[in-house]
Design a protein around this ligand. Structure first.
Ligand SMILES: Nc1ncnc2c1ncn2[C@@H]1O[C@H](COP(=O)(O)OP(=O)(O)OP(=O)(O)O)[C@@H](O)[C@H]1O
Ligand SMILES: [Mg+2]
Length: 271
């Protein structure tokens, strides 16, 4: 069962949005998806259940229990997201206490708590697991990278600071050395794309010339349906199934599944 980590230490690039809408689209395609909200801001959980329900959660019923080393039972944490086929391990502000810098200097068991939780008897129940990370490279993201086998990096087509990508590549290399040699980059994903903006076209071309196939062919367009659907506590596939945003997510879901299949297929000499 593939575990995808959605990571960029830059804020507001669309990590949470991608987890939310992709889970809805995959569910509509008949797949079982587990979402794990590793962000102490708990935006994914708020988008699914609303702010009040999220604030009211006991930390022992959230991802914080995993990070704390409480070794929670799956049934304490894994809850139906409200859409058939999608479950959620909710986030919590409490996770902030565990989201320390330089996570690779912590005892190894603390780095691997999320992976141990998922591996025990959780991930096998799903077709796909999606990990939503906070916008930093502290323990929560490190734990996600250590638990995942595939990394997706959402990027905004306006962010010309190449440093962001370099930091992510460094973290990925460090994780591969220390905790998770199997981690691979599934792809860079251009988010909130506006085809008519020259700036976006230039960014797109430059990214593809630098990273080639590592960039998803699918670009997620900027569209009001994405935030609107979340305001209605839905994913676009359920909110406006025939809309352009839902269609874009279907194309993305197909590409994600295709890339996962290709990556799992016997090597054909392609790096
Ligand atoms: N394709 C899109 N079109 C329009 N708005 C979008 C799109 N994707 C995301 N947004 C909006 O942009 C904002 C930031 O997106 P999101 O919260 O997914 O980013 P993030 O990377 O998870 O942020 P953070 O770093 O704070 O966790 C949200 O208000 C979201 O609804
Ligand atoms: Mg987020």
């Amino acid at each position: 069962v593939p575990v995808l980590c959605m990571l960029n230490q830059k804020g507001g690039v669309g990590k949470t949005s991608t987890c939310h809408h992709l889970s809805g689209t995959l569910a509509a395609m008949g797949r079982r998806v587990l979402l794990v909200d590793l962000d102490p801001q708990a935006s994914l959980t708020q988008g699914i259940w609303g702010p009040q329900a999220t604030r009211g959660l006991d930390p022992s019923a959230t991802v914080a229990a995993i990070l704390a080393g409480d070794e929670p039972f799956p049934d304490q944490l894994v809850r139906p997201a409200g859409l058939a086929g999608v479950d959620l391990v909710p986030g919590s502000r409490r996770a902030n206490s565990y989201n320390v810098p330089d996570p690779h200097t912590l005892p190894l068991d603390e780095q691997l708590r999320l992976r141990d939780f998922l591996d025990a008897e959780v991930r096998a129940r799903y077709d796909l697991v999606l990990l939503d990370c906070p916008p930093n490279l502290c323990l929560c993201s490190w734990a996600a990278l250590s638990a995942a086998d595939n990394l997706v990096v959402p990027l905004q087509a306006e962010d010309y600071g190449a440093q962001g990508i370099i930091d992510i590549q460094e973290s990925m290399a460090l994780v591969q050395q220390r905790t998770n040699p199997a981690l691979r980059l599934l792809g860079f994903l251009i988010m909130m794309y506006e085809a008519r903006k020259t700036l976006h076209q230039m960014y797109d071309q430059r990214l593809r010339s630098m990273y080639g196939d590592a960039v998803f062919s699918t670009r997620v367009p900027r569209a009001a349906e994405f935030p609107e659907a979340i305001a209605h506590r839905k994913a676009v596939a359920q909110y406006k199934p025939r809309g352009a945003a839902a269609k874009a997510m279907r194309v993305l879901a197909d590409e994600v599944l295709g890339r996962l299949d290709a990556a799992d297929a016997p090597a054909k000499g392609v790096a």
